[in-house]
Design a protein around this ligand. Sequence first.
Ligand code: ARG
Ligand code: ZN
Length: 874
Amino acid sequence: QIVRLVDYRPSDFLIDSVELDVSLHPTATQVRATLVVRPNPDGRPGAPLVLDGDELNLKAVALDGRSLAEEEFEASPQSLTIMQPPRQSFTLTVETELNPTANTKLMGLYRSSGNYCTQCEAEGFRRITYFLDRPDVLAVYTTRIEADRDEAPVLLGNGNPVESGSVEGSNRHYAVWEDPHPKPSYLFALVGGRLGRVSKSFTTMSGRAVELAIYVEPGKEDRADYALDALERSMVWDERVFGREYDLDVFNIVAVSDFNMGAMENKGLNIFNDKYVLASPETATDMDYAHIEAIIAHEYFHNWTGNRVTCRDWFQLCLKEGLTVFRDQEFSSDERSRPVHRIAEVKTLRARQFLEDSSPLAHPVRPTQYREINNFYTATVYEKGAEIVRMLKTIIGNESFRRGMDLYFERCDGTAATVEDFLEAFAEVSGRSLSHFARWYEQSGTPRVTVKSHYDKAAGTYRLDFTQSTPPTPGQPNKEAMAIPVVLGLVAHDGSSVEAACEQVDERGVFILDKAADSLTFTGVTSLPVPSLFRGFSAPVKVTLDLPNEELLVLLQHDSDAFNRWQAAQTVAMRHLAALSNGAQVSDEEIDAFSTALCSFMDTDALRDPAFAALVLTLPSEADIAQEIGKDVDPDAIHRARSDMRRRIGKTCSAHLHRFYEELADSGPYSPDAASAGRRALRNASLDLIAAADQAAGEELAAAQAESASNMTDRLAALSVLTTLPGAAREEAITQFGERYRNEPLVMDKWFTLQAAIPEDDTLERVKGLMEHQAFSIGNPNRVRSLIGSFAMLNQVQFNRIDGAGYDFLASIVLRADELNPQLAARLLTAFSTWRMMESTRREHAQRALWTISRKPNLSRDVGDIVSRTLDGD
Ligand code: ARG
Ligand code: ZN
C-alpha cells in the first residue's frame, strides 16, 4: 500500500528510552528490548500500541515486568499490538530471536565476512526488535552486546563505551554502550567481529577530547589512513565553516564488504561500504580517493544535519540528504579545486538526476507518496536536493546563509524537523519570502530555460529574453514557473569584461528569473558581447542559447568563470555529436574549428590547471548524448558518432597530446592530492585521444603503461584505453590484471567493470562468463554492481542491443537478485528507466522484458514498485 505525506500524524506513543541486550550468535541471536513508553500528548488518547516488525520471531513480551496473557497482545512477524496499554508511562520488554547469517537483504542485523553489523535506515530496526520505527520517535539508547570472544573480540555500539567484561563460565564477553543523545531508531547500530583498527586523538574547538577510530579487515589497517585523515579534516572544516562541533568521546567507523549503499551515519558509529574506506596507491584510483574523502565527510556532517536535527518523516529525506550533500560538496571544493569539483558535480547531476527527472521514475525532491521508501534514496533527493540548498545560498547571500544555518541548528536541535522548518530559518534571517522558491521541493522535472539575445549597436543596448518551462512528469501534467537564480556576466570578444548596467542584476551578477518570461536590458554596451549565463551552474536547469559556436568558443578562451569555459566546449561538442548521431554531416572545417580552439586552449591553459584541461578534453558520454537526443535513440549511431569525433580531435591535436603524454609522465612516489591527480588525469585523457586517432600508437603506449604503472590510476586508465582496441594486446592485459589482483575484491570490481563496458557484440557472453569467476558473488552488492550494473548503465550499445538480449539478461538477473536482496535488485532495475527514449525495436524488447519481471509472482515491494512505475510512468 501507499504512504502519503498528507496522511502524516504524530505517533500515539513516544519511547523515551531503550535498553537493548543483544547476545550475538550466527543463527540464533537473542535480543531483549526494554522500552520506556508513554502516550504522546499529541496522539490519540486510548489508542492501542502498534509496534512495527519485519520477519521477526517473538519469544516473550512483558509489560511492567508482567508477562502478557494471550488476549492482551497480537503478534505477527510484521507487528506487535498491545491492545489496551496503560494511560501513563510503562515499561515494555520484548524478546526476539534473529538469524543474522540468513539475512541476505543486508537490512537489520546481518553478517558480512563473518562479522556482525547492522543497517537500520530507513526501516531496518524493525528487523531487530518490534518498535515505533519512524524518525519522529526519539529515544536515548543503552546497548549491551555479548558475543563469543574468538568470533567477535571487538564489540561496538552507538555513543560512548561505559563497561565491558567477561561472561562467567563461558568464552563470551560483553560491552555496554550508552548514547546520551536522543535519536530515531534508524540511527541505531552495533558491530561485533574480528577487526583491525587505526586511531587518532582529536580535540574539538571547545576542548573535548575525542578518540577517532576506523575498523577494517585485519591486515588492511594501513589502507584506512587516508580515510582517517579525511575524517579529521572534515571535523576541522565543520567547526571552521559551520561552527559545528562533535559531541561524543569517541567516533568510530567500521568498513564492511557487504553493504547496500555507500555508508551510514549511525550516531557515533558510522558503517561504511569498504570501497569508501580502503585505499592504497596500488589498489585505489585518484577517483576512489576523492570519493572516500567526500563520503567520510558526508557521514560525519550528518552528525548535525541528520542526527542532531533529524527528519519528521521519510518525505523529508532531502532535509538531511540534500543538505549534507551540499555540505560535503563544499568541503571537497575547499579541500581541492572548486571549479574542477563543481564540474564533476554537474556531470553527475546531469548523468543521473537529469536522466531520472526525464524518466518514468521522476519525482519531486520531496516526494508526496511512496510504496517503498528505499526506492527514494535517489539522485533527485540527494543531488537535486543539494542544488536547492546551493541556490538558496546564492539567492540570500553567504552571510545570511550562515546565519540561517545557525538559526536552524539552534531552533531544531534535538527535534525531527521538516523542510518548512528549514526554509523558515532562512526566510527569517534574510527577511525574504521563500514561498515561491519552495516550489523546487514540490515540482519534479528539469526546467528548460531558453535565452535569446539582441544587440542594438546604435543605442548601445543589449537585451536577453528569457523564457522557462518544465515538461510534464508522472502525476504533474502542468507546471508553474520556478524561482531560478541566474548568475551572469557579459564577456567581450577580446576577452575583456564588459561593464554594463542592468537594474534586475545585482552587484554579484545575480538575476532571479521567477516568471515564465522576462527580459534584461543592459545599457552602455559598446560592442557585441558574449553572454556568460548560469555561471558556476547556478541552477539545475537545461539551457538553450541562440549563440553560434564561434561565440561560445570565445567563452572557452576568455570567460572568468571556469565552469562556463568548460560548458562552452561541452555545448559545442554536444552540438556536433548530436548532429553526427542523427546522421547529419559535420564538415571537417567545423570539427577543425573546434579542435583548433581546443589546441589553443591547451597552449595557454592546460599545464596551468591539468585537471581542468582533462575535463575540457573529455567529450560528453554516450549516455549524455542519448539524453540530449531524447527520443528514438539509436545507441549504435551515437557510439559511431562519438568514436568518429574522438578520432578527428585526436588527429588535429596529436602534437599537443603526445607532448602532454611525455611531459606529464609519472615522477616520484604516488600522492593522491588534487594537483598530482590532475596531472595524471590530463595525461590519461591525452592517451585516450591518441589511441582514438592512432590505434597502433595508442596500443603500444597503453600496453606499456598497463604493465609498468606504479599506481592503480595509471594502470587502470591504460587498461581502459586498451579495452577500446580489440586484439591480442588487450586480452593479454586483461588476463594479467585479473591474475595480479585475484585476491583484491575491490580491484576485481574495476576489472569486472572494464570488461562489462566493452562496446562489442561478445560482451554479453563475456559478462555471463565472468559471473562464474571465483571473485564474483551474486550476494555481494559491490560485485553485482560492478559487473551487471556497469553493463547496464555504462555499456549503451550492448545493454541496448537491437536483439533485446541485453534487456532479457538484466531482467533475469533482477529476478534472481530479488530473491536475495530486493534493494540491490531494484537498483539494477532502474537501468530500464531510459527505455521510452529508445527507437521502436529496442523499446518493444525492453517493454517485453519489463512485463516478464512484472508478471513474476512474489516480487519484492522494492522491485514491484520500480517495475510498475517504469512501465506506467504514472
Ligand atoms: N543515510 C545514508 C547516507 O546517505 C544512506 C542510507 C540509505 N540506506 C538505505 N537502505 N536506503 O549517508
Ligand atoms: Zn547521507
